[in-house]
Design a binder for this molecule. Structure first.
Ligand code: MIC
Length: 648
């Protein structure tokens, strides 16, 4: 059979299941990636699993999210993670070394390998021909312990790229075009594979931009072939030895098709407050802006900063605009200095920050209330910037730099200058000084736990009968940023579940915590619309509700990673058999679930009584036997614990 790249990658890692869309498959994981905001939980999970050393070919831990040290918490987390890396045999990327995704691509990415990361943008490494997926921390922990990763076999959407991008259009506009066409749930249950002659003009880092925001389409992952452009990138990184070719067979089939003529693209922008809200820049041109930000895992390449530098070279940004530059790796920063680009950014008024996620995740750089901020970051969910009433637009570095100069949203083609001639340097400085390799053998290291690092709470199994109120009725496309916010106040609490749970749903309803606490022991429910839990991989969007007694989340449909996270931590995820039943449920309605344990084992359907309305409706689950066991045992951790006990 002729195969596409995604099929080849899956086949070479398949340990169980049939490669039929919708069927659960088990995949061998070669590499893992964790970052600090999710990694502390992963390391606590490894501790709870009694692991002594990781079983992967390579695992790397990055400190990139929690960089602001406004008190002891983040600094304590960094030390905890350093000790955990020594204990479990994991690479440690020190604070200030950069954002996990570009650094992983530069230093560790290998075509043909699989990568699982506790960050939804792990799919960025699809740029190198890897099978790279984001997942909840617990699944990454189990992969580190040598277990397969389970996922439903996705449908494969082949996107043929033809033509060549015109001046002032870059990779960000390609993925924004995909979001314009398919929206934030158009990729759910799919792998997006790009192929065709248009690939020749996309460098490996351009492909990273496109693969990264595949997460915003809801896709399981994105894959590119490993071709000559991949080889050029690896050569530049002085790692040409790991390159192998991985391309689709001639005549390979795809489950779905799309095609983009790159030469027909124009600069695009996603309006507040969804990455799917895409329009041509011309449609919103002229609006006053207050911030323009370049950087993040969505535009991390050397080129993204260099092009911005060339646009602002010799000019001054508008005096109303904060021009924030967030380099994405220490190596990129060093090369930007070396080749004179950083000087151009600074002289034009750029505010240069340390390499890291920074404002992308609301770690500083929050915009003024209601004032427009243009960002090259991947997400603009409400309040994610750190400002509740924010107005964040997503765009390319070209559009951000052009608008920084004029002070209004500007189609960069209107700047009246030649498109700067940029060419990728052949030789760059390689900087690995802040990457600490694991020792050959496990070290007998005590985990360094500061006072904010709390062991995981016990997770009791789901009861047979539950009666309780609906304390949250959410709409469509609710993101994990709305379920559990990030930002300077909340992110430092990632290793302290009782404390972080106080912020559950705070974006939507600031009284939720008080109301939920009353039902902490007896149980309550969350009801939601379609694509519930889109966005990040953060387990805290489950651990918070779980700690507050949420037993069932009942929605029209789920985003993939969040759905699995709910199961991993023993919250029952159900969907309406008939979506119209959603409209019949009101806030505070009392629901009754009976015989849960037996019903979820026996089949997919559960009858639910709405006591308040005096009516019944049917809910369904779509879990495999393996997943049902997690709900019955209370969590995946409990299953591991039981297994460890039996083996000891
Ligand atoms: C994000 O971009 O939303 C994050 C912060 O990187 C998350 C991870 C997290 O919440 O820690 C993600 O993408 O998974």
């Amino acid at each position: 059979m002729k195969k596409n790249v995604a099929q080849k990658l899956i086949e070479s890692h398949l340990v169980s299941g049939k490669m039929e869309p919708g069927n659960e498959i088990g995949l061998k994981i070669d590499q893992t990636l964790t970052q600090d905001a999710t990694g502390t939980m992963v390391m606590l999970e490894l501790e709870a699993m009694d692991l002594d050393r990781v079983k992967t070919e390579l695992s790397a831990q990055y400190i990139d999210h929690n960089l602001l040290q406004t008190d002891f918490k983040n600094a304590d987390d960094h030390l905890f993670l350093r000790s955990a890396c020594r204990k479990f045999g994991v690479w440690y990327s020190r604070p200030g070394n950069g954002v996990s995704h570009p650094v992983h691509m530069e230093r560790f990415g290998i075509p043909g390998k699989s990568l699982l990361g506790s960050d939804s943008h792990t799919c960025s490494a699809g740029s190198l021909g890897m099978l790279a997926m984001g997942a909840g921390g617990l699944e990454v922990a189990t992969a580190m312990a040598g277990e397969p990763f389970y996922v439903k076999m996705p449908r494969i959407m082949g996107v043929k790229l033809t033509g060549k991008m015109p001046d002032w259009v870059s990779a960000k506009d390609v993925i924004l075009e995909m979001l314009r066409r398919h929206g934030v749930s158009g990729g759910v249950g799919k792998i997006i594979e790009y192929y065709g002659p248009g690939l020749d003009s996309l460098s490996a880092m351009d492909r990273h931009v496109i693969a990264n925001m595949g997460a915003e389409l809801g896709a399981t992952t994105t894959v590119f072939p490993s071709d000559n452009n991949t080889r050029i990138f690896l050569e530049q990184q002085e790692r040409a030895d790991v390159w192998t070719e991985l391309v689709h067979d001639d005549g390979a089939e795809y489950d779905e098709h799309d095609e983009i003529d790159l030469s027909a693209l124009e600069p695009l922008i996603a309006k507040p407050s969804s990455p799917g809200n895409v329009v041509p820049v011309t449609e919103v041109a002229g609006k006053e802006i207050y911030q323009a930000m370049v950087g993040s895992s969505a535009n991390p390449g050397f080129r993204d900063f260099a092009i911005a530098a060339l646009i602002v070279d010799g000019k001054q940004v508008h005096n109303r605009v904060s021009f924030d530059i967030n380099p994405t790796s220490r190596q990129i920063t060093e090369n930007l200095i070396e080749l004179g680009y950083l000087g151009k950014l600074i002289r034009s008024g750029g505010r240069v920050h340390q390499p890291g996620c920074n404002g992308c995740i609301g770690m500083g750089q929050a915009p003024a209330t209601g004032k427009i901020s243009l960002r090259t970051v991947p997400r603009n969910f409400p309040g994610r910037s750190g400002t509740k009433e924010d107005s964040v637009y997503l765009c390319s570095p070209e559009t951000a730099a052009a608008s920084a100069l004029t002070g209004v949203i500007t189609d960069p083609r209107e700047l009246g200058m030649e498109y700067p001639a940029y060419s990728e340097p052949d030789k760059i400085k390689i900087n690995t000084s802040m990457l600490l390799a694991p020792a050959e053998k496990s070290e007998d290291v005590e985990l360094e736990k500061g006072p904010n690092i709390k062991t995981l709470p016990e997770l009791d199994p789901i009861p047979d009968n539950i009666q309780g109120p609906v304390l949250m009725k959410a709409g469509d496309d609710v993101s994990t940023d709305e379920i559990m916010p990030a930002g300077t106040k909340v992110l430092p609490l990632r290793s302290n579940i009782p404390e972080i749970s106080k912020f559950t749903f705070a974006q939507i309803d600031d009284k939720y915590y008080q109301r939920a606490m009353k039902y902490k022991d007896s149980g309550s429910f969350v009801v939601g619309g379609s694509n519930y839990g889109q966005g990040s991989s953060r387990e805290h969007a489950v651990l918070g509700p779980r700690y507050l007694g949420v037993k069932v989340v009942l929605v029209k449909s789920f985003a993939r990673i969040h759905w699995q996270n709910l199961i991993n931590f023993g919250i029952l995820p159900l969907t309406f058999k008939n979506p119209a039943a959603y409209d019949r449920i009101g806030m505070e309605d009392v629901l009754v679930f009976r015989n849960i344990r037996k019903s979820i084992q026996d089949g997919g359907e559960i009858e639910v009584e709405n006591k308040t309305k005096g009516e019944k409706f049917t809910a369904v689950h779509n879990m495999s036997e393996r997943q049902v066991e997690m709900i019955l045992k209370g969590s995946l951790i409990n299953i591991f614990r039981e297994r460890n006990k039996a083996n000891s």
